[in-house]
Design a protein around this ligand. Sequence first.
Ligand code: ZN
Length: 134
Amino acid sequence: MPDTLQEEARRCPACNEPGILLNKRPAPRSAGMPQGTTVEMYECRNDRCPDYMPPMLAGTSTMVPGQRYRWAVQINPDGSIPPKGTGGSGPKSFSMPGATTMAAQRARDNLAMLAAQDEGNAGLAAEIAHDTRY
Ligand SMILES: [Zn+2]
């Protein structure tokens, strides 16, 4: 039986294993998505995932924590999910407004702001901001 769009969206774009739901929140208004849109954040817990970076020793004493691949799934107000993009190199599961549109710029500004607030925290917003920079 083929996956539903929802099941497919929850699979890791890199290794196709089902991800773990980290959080679910309304899409920021600045992202230019319809009101009522929800964004679910997933994390891949597969150690064999090509996008999983295991913890590393930097220098002699600093442990760099491992990084697991995270991605966002957009849920439209009616519960539907936009078709998946082309994974890590593409526009993810968001239907992206053009890179030069105001909506895109506002989204980048918003992420940059979140990333600044987020510093020293989990760094998740910084990670997203990094992912969306192109
Ligand atoms: Zn994965």
